[in-house]
Write a new protein. Sequence first.
Length: 256
Amino acid sequence: MSEPASAVDAQHLSKRYGDVVAVDDLSFRIGRGEVVGFLGPNGAGKTTTLRMLTGFLPPSDGTAAIAGHDIFRAPLPARRAIGYLPENPPLYPEMTVQSYVDYVARLKDVPRADRGDAVARALERCGLAEVRRRVIRDLSKGFRQRVGLAQAIVHDPPVLVLDEPTVGLDPIQIREIRSLIAELAAPAHGDQRQTVLLSTHILPEVAAICSRVIMIQRGRKAIDRPLVDLLDEEGSLEAVFGRVTSGEFAAQARRV
């Protein structure tokens, strides 16, 4: 069986809540190993899109596939192919770091024979080995975010979906988490490179990590370009973001 052409394939996704259109006919594809920044102002539809891609929210229209698996027709294999870090990680504060990541590994159907190594590897990659026996509620927010990343990668998924991974962190914690995401996206020690879809409003994160930018405004795609091309033409992501949020790109044709 041939590998899918795209790691993420969203086609004509829409989400309506009554008369409110949160996401409007959104299409894009992300190739294997790409690291894509998913940008937009607050309320643009970023989190709604990610929830549809990860199967937590059904679309009003459209389809989505992860690693070739339709998220709605084949939800189990699609979800196994995703590592998802929501804006507020679903942690159990009374558990230790290691027991929680092991618990998630069981939920993700990591084989029992491989589970111990998988958990240890996730903890090591996320800088958690030394605090693995600590109770999660006693950790700083930065370390709790690391636990969220560890649970997202413990089953070694080909696709990582990260929603505002550094929100609420201090500058030192932001730098640490940003470096960790960069290592996951382009590992230095022979680990498999993963496809990363990074939703954030912190533009330096995108400039430091991503190779491509998808920007949405009012639920519709405004920009889908390689980062280097945008910087060559616009000078900075801040300039692009300002033009998009001012409505200058509203009439731009959407690229698939």
